[in-house]
Unconditional design. Structure first.
Length: 475
């Protein structure tokens, strides 16, 4: 196969697997993060394209918010400016980074394992369940993974292909972008930087000025942004030492290791047939020169999952960075088995079935993630658009605050439905809340309490099978 043909087929396959749900609103799985990301982009468009001042819908009157580096939302805002606020633009942006990242993986693997394994690595990564879904969703993860893979490609190019300044600059830019977008990517970036340098310079990498300056600047840029984020009036990120230690607590529990390594990784990262190929790939490649690099990458991925702690248990998209190294091992195992099957024709059909099993597993495992929820928000939006002003604040009684406020197209706050806390509701009313939105499913146990509380304090505007909408009395 010619290299140009491989590139074309990788892009085509990546776009094909991402087509399902491409035109869906942000009401599918992980709507919380997608709506929060899109709300930042929408607020850039509405309040001026001030890059250093990202704003969310969920903290009352919009103001600067401490978030991850908002380059993804800013790019999305530029698209919104040019074409209007259409959610497909965010999905297309993520798909672009998905296909581009697959090409970086292909170009990184090709000189180490050959064109065929590199080609299959890129195709398989695009077929892995967690990659199929979360590189189509509107959130910064696809761009962060693109940054990590781009760092590997350009750092390797600088180390082994002439050391040109452009490659070093690109490695710095993309290597910084990954943890700027998703801070835990440092758990992967740092060990990979260390072994790439060791592979080229040996222990002299520790005194190689330009190689050391690369990782030093990554840490400087990352640290500078998150230090700035901590100064915002509202901080969404857990950046304190106490929060970090609390997040790491599950490392010492069976719950984390069982949930991540026994359940989720085989189901969402390798797939079961892919896991079979990966074991064969690791064993077959064990004596190769590049084995230590890819094995270290695997060990770093295990450490990354553990260090995610509670955050990783809550958010399945955190497994996305495991997709590239899993795809490499699967591809090498597939290549090895295929060579064996060519000599033993009876096994060809079995290998083909196992290969088909990877995208089939993905389709069956995550099909329910594409289901849409919150359709009642369109009705509520129309009501609020008729009776309220854009600056009127809304209190939503739900944990799902970004998606509710995003589709209501209002700013405001959220309160957890349980337990019912009248004093907290009163505090929000004193902050200027004009409307209260109560989803029935989230508040079924305490609807009577809500009605009793609101009777002297508000007016019931709309009774819908899915929600209640009150206006708060002023003064």
């Amino acid at each position: 196969m010619k290299p140009n043909t491989a590139v074309f087929l990788i892009i085509l396959w990546s776009l094909t697997v991402h087509f399902p749900g491409l035109f869906s609103p942000l009401m599918d799985y992980h709507a919380y993060r997608q709506c929060q990301t899109s709300s930042v982009a929408r607020n850039y468009v509405r309040h001026g394209m001030h890059f250093l001042s990202p704003e969310v819908d969920t903290e009352g009157v919009p103001r600067r918010t401490g978030t991850e580096f908002p380059i993804y939302s800013y790019l999305l805002a530029l698209l919104y400016q040019a074409f209007g606020v259409h959610e497909i633009l965010g999905r297309l942006l993520s798909c672009l980074f998905a296909a581009w990242g697959a090409l970086y993986l292909y170009f990184f693997v090709r000189p180490r394992m050959g064109l065929r394994v590199a080609f299959w690595s890129a195709l398989i990564m695009c077929s892995i369940p967690v990659h199929v879904y979360f590189t189509r969703s509107v959130q910064p993860e696809p761009m962060a993974l693109w940054g990590l893979l781009g760092f590997l490609y350009y750092a390797d190019r600088w180390l082994h292909r002439g050391g040109e300044s452009v490659a070093w600059t690109m490695a710095l830019s993309l290597g910084s972008l990954a943890p700027l977008l998703k801070l835990p990517y440092l758990y992967l970036l740092f060990p990979l930087w260390g072994f790439l340098g060791y592979e080229r310079f040996g222990w002299r990498a520790m005194i190689h000025a330009k190689w050391l300056s690369l990782i030093a600047l990554v840490f400087v840029f990352t640290g500078a942004w998150y230090a700035y984020a901590r100064t915002a009036p509202v901080v969404l990120l857990p950046l304190t030492r106490q929060e970090h230690l609390a997040n790491l607590a599950p490392i010492f529990t069976q719950r984390l290791w069982q949930a991540q390594f026994i359940s989720r990784i085989p189901e969402l990262v390798t797939t079961y047939s892919g896991l079979f190929f990966a074991v064969i790939g690791i064993y077959s490649f064990r004596n190769a020169k590049s084995f230590r690099l890819f094995f270290l990458w695997t060990l770093a991925s295990v450490s990354y999952v553990a260090l995610l702690g509670e955050y990783g248990l809550i958010h399945r998209y955190t497994l996305l960075p495991l997709a590239p190294v899993a795809a490499i091992w699967i591809a090498y195992g597939l290549s090895t088995l295929w060579e064996y099957a060519k000599l033993h024709g009876v096994y060809r059909f079995l290998v083909i079935l196992l290969v088909i099993g990877i995208p089939l597993h993905a389709a069956l495992r995550i099909k329910h993630w594409y289901r849409l929820e919150y359709s009642y928000l369109y009705r509520a939006h129309d009501t609020l658009a008729h009776i309220s002003r854009p600056q009127d604040l809304v209190l939503v009684a739900s944990h799902e605050k970004p998606e509710l406020l995003y589709y209501l197209d209002r700013y405001g706050y959220a309160i957890e439905p349980n337990p019912f806390r009248p004093e907290e509701i009163s505090s929000f009313l004193h902050r200027g809340v004009r409307f209260i939105f109560i989803p029935v499913d989230d508040n079924r146990k305490n609807l009577a309490e809500w009605k009793t509380y609101m009777a002297p304090r508000g007016k019931l505007i709309q009774v819908d099978p899915d929600y209640l909408l009150y206006s708060a009395r002023q003064g």
